[in-house]
Design a protein around this ligand. Structure first.
Ligand SMILES: *[C@@H]1O[C@H](CO)[C@@H](O)[C@H](O)[C@H]1NC(C)=O
Ligand SMILES: *[C@@H]1O[C@H](CO)[C@@H](O)[C@H](O)[C@H]1NC(C)=O
Length: 307
């Protein structure tokens, strides 16, 4: 029997013209009104990462944009623009999780206290999300607290605080590695009303990411908001193929798709035609997302065993 078993791996792109996200956005707007009034769907997130501020050397991540002439970096008035790496661990080579982009300025005459105006952009979610910090950073203190004053995307209406703790500082160059713990309260996730929202889709599957790319099939089926606490979809779909030896064959997917994760895995539970008795998995990654229209292009790698 085993000799009839074949293993097929292919990549395809799923172009998703969706009103689904519009629906969610619409609900988000309503939800906010509700949240302000009742404060019930608020959620708390905790983010932990390390911030690398490289002031000296050949590849600094900051540039001085204003300040008194002939001054040291720590002098009152000096203002720096930073594009600093945020990593998972304390080493600069550790996994990149985002960037800290914005400015900090020496805002105290008799102290080492910075005015921080920064956005932390995170890469770990499929849609780029950022949170905004505006606060005072007394860098010589062991622990500093700064307010999170807002955010976008999933962090829209974020409110919270960041705790910063310097792990290492080189006083000759000014380079520093700072540990951040960020606690964030934000009104997110589907409300009780959007929970259960169910859509029928008939989306094109193409060879490449462009809409004009060669059509190889269609994704036909249902996706539904099946989680009350995050944006996790129940996906029940068939990928019906239209080209070459796969023409007329289909694969069936039944799985969970937490769309804000960078890569999602869903089981292939069956198939027809050349994919009879198929078993496998699909890896999905959002490569394009338009927040206004809700249209998305999703890359799929599908690996299946079949007879
Ligand atoms: C796929 O199969 C259908 C039905 O058998 C046929 O009409 C169509 O021309 C085929 N398409 C290709 C590209 O082979
Ligand atoms: C699919 O495979 C390609 C090539 O191996 C890889 O570059 C891409 O990141 C993969 N995408 C997903 C969603 O697994």
């Amino acid at each position: 029997m085993a000799c009839f078993l074949s293993f097929t791996v292919f990549t395809l792109f799923f172009t998703h013209f969706s009103i689904f996200f519009n629906t969610i956005n619409g609900v988000f707007i309503e939800e906010v009104v509700e949240d302000i009034a009742i404060k019930r769907d608020d959620k708390m997130t905790h983010l932990h990462f390390y911030f690398h501020d490289i002031v000296g050397g050949k590849n600094p991540s900051v540039v001085r944009i204003a300040g008194p002439p002939d001054s040291f970096i720590g002098n009152f008035g000096n203002t720096m623009m930073a594009d600093d790496l945020l990593t998972e661990g304390p080493k600069p080579t550790s996994k990149l999780v985002g960037k800290a982009q914005g400015l900090y300025a020496m805002a105290a005459q008799n102290d080492m206290a910075l005015l921080m105006v920064m956005n932390f952009v995170f890469l770990e979610v499929s849609i780029m999300e950022c949170i905004s910090i505006l606060g005072r950073n007394a860098v010589l203190n062991d622990q500093r607290e700064m307010p999170i004053v807002g955010g976008n995307g999933f962090f829209r209406f974020a409110r919270g605080y960041a705790l910063a703790h310097t792990i290492s500082a080189d006083f000759s160059t000014g380079d520093a590695i700072v540990e951040y713990n960020v606690y964030n309260r934000w009104a997110a996730g589907p409300s009780k009303r959007s929970f259960g929202t169910t859509m029928m889709a008939d989306d094109p599957l193409t060879e490449g990411p462009e809409a004009s790319s060669k059509l190889v099939g269609r994704a036909q089926g249902i996706y539904a908001l099946a989680s009350q606490h995050d944006i996790g979809l129940l996906v029940v779909m068939n990928f019906a193929f239209l080209k070459g030896i796969y023409n007329g064959s289909a694969l069936s997917i039944l799985g969970r798709n937490p769309i804000l994760d960078r890569v999602r895995e869903m089981p292939i539970v069956g198939g027809s035609g050349v994919f009879r008795y198929a078993r496998g998995y699909a890896l999905a990654k959002t490569v394009q997302f338009n927040q206004k229209t809700g249209n998305a292009v999703v890359e799929y790698n599908v690996s299946v065993l079949h007879f």
